[in-house]
Design a protein around this ligand. Structure first.
Ligand SMILES: *Cc1c(COP(=O)(O)O)cnc(C)c1O
Length: 386
């Protein structure tokens, strides 16, 4: 098998699984208990919190473990809305973009039903949000600006420092969904105008079902889940100790390898993109060619359905993805590609290949060769292509 769907999830590292094992077996103490046995779990969480915090250069006290990126995104948006309502703002306003993950977009949709105003900003051809558009969208009742650090489908890295500065000049908190950027590109959050940041373990070679929300000390955010006093009274529920330990280990590994990984992956990415653009006709690259995650390749092949390519890749043991989602048998084109200006037909012609830190040049060559053959065959059969 060749796995090129690392934006969907990654393979947990061996060291990660090994670090977790004792907390799935003998070290099962509840971290909230007072005996020494429980302290083993408590200390393991503290160590993991520090590893996580170090990766983005913040204090461990600002990290709140959650069940993943989705929960972190829900938490920050829902609490911004409810807090505004508590403070007497009748129709709170949130600014976000059209290319956010569904964890953001569908949460906004549900808040709209409760009376929230939402502005979903457009993006340019490459998927970039214009900071000036953010500034122009600010209203008196704007309570949160949420723009992703990097897009999960097309890999575009957004100008979040500029956007955060605009938010802060207007006195509005800034959140970034950094699930794709965290551990993949350097981020010194201590020097960035960020109040909230969401990240997830399983996108950086850690286990699934764990993530965090970074909350800047200045923010008074209330809990999303109520119950016990875990996570400094802000996120109740007995901790996912093994998951948190695994996440901590993944962050330690990610921090030590960050520069090398970025270099290696972006070289492989560019090699793959160049081969595909040169050796297959009528292909175009989606997303920004420069401001791009090191592991992301997203291409449209004119005249062929992305889904057909994916099925034929799968028959060769190659895992890739498209941005589109199947709903009730019909294939919805990706909202991200549509936002970059592609027609629904063009959006359905795309596939996403996301490499990992262990992807080899040989694997890249095999996938490119397979794509040359597959696209050639599909185009021969296609009435759409001439
Ligand atoms: C994967 C992803 C999420 C969701 O994270 P989970 O931990 O799977 O809930 C949110 N945002 C982005 C950009 C993602 O890529």
């Amino acid at each position: 098998m060749i796995y090129m769907d690392n934006a969907a999830t990654t393979m947990p590292k061996k060291e990660v699984v090994e670090a977790m094992m004792p907390y799935l077996t003998e070290n099962y103490g509840n971290p909230s208990a007072i005996y020494q046995f429980a302290n083993i779990s408590k200390a393991a969480i503290a160590k993991a919190r520090k590893e996580v915090a170090d990766l983005i250069h913040v204090r461990p006290e600002t990290i709140y473990f959650t069940s993943g990126g989705t929960e972190s995104d829900n938490w920050v948006l829902q609490e911004a809305f409810h807090n505004a309502i508590r403070n007497g703002i009748k129709e709170p306003h949130i600014i976000t973009s059209r290319i956010e993950h569904h964890a953001i977009l569908h949460t906004c949709q549900s808040l709209r039903e409760l009376g929230c105003q939402v502005t979903m900003l457009p993006v340019d051809h490459n998927g970039l949000v214009d900071p000036r558009a953010v500034r122009d969208a600010i209203q008196e009742n704007t309570v949160l600006i949420s723009i992703m650090a990097a897009n999960n489908e097309i890999g575009t890295i957004e100008p979040i420092t500029e956007i955060g500065e605009i938010a802060h000049r207007a006195g509005i908190p800034f959140h970034t969904d950094a699930v794709q950027a965290f551990g993949q590109i350097p981020m010194d959050v201590s020097k960035m105008p960020i109040d909230y940041l969401s990240a997830s373990s399983h996108k950086i070679y850690g286990p699934k079902g764990v993530g965090f929300l970074y909350i800047n000390e200045k923010q008074k955010t209330k809990a999303l889940l109520h119950g016990g006093g875990q996570e400094r009274n802000r996120r109740a529920g007995t901790e996912n100790v093994a998951g948190i330990v695994g996440f901590g280990k993944a962050c330690e590994l990610a921090r030590n390898s960050l520069e090398d990984r970025m270099q290696r992956e972006s070289n492989l990415r560019d090699y793959m993109i160049n081969r595909l653009l040169k050796e297959i006709s009528d292909v175009h690259l989606n997303g920004d060619p420069i401001k791009r995650l090191p592991n992301n390749i997203n291409l449209s092949f004119h005249g062929i359905e992305g889904e057909s390519i994916l099925i034929m890749l799968d028959m060769r043991g190659i895992c890739a993805s498209s941005g589109s989602a199947c709903t009730a048998g019909s294939i919805d084109p990706s909202h991200v590609l549509i936002a970059t200006g592609l027609s629904p037909e063009e959006a359905r012609e795309s596939i996403r290949l996301t490499i990992s830190d262990t992807t080899t040049k040989d694997e890249v060559d095999q996938v490119v060769d397979a794509l040359i053959e597959i696209t050639g065959r599909l185009r021969e059969m296609s009435p759409l292509y001439s």
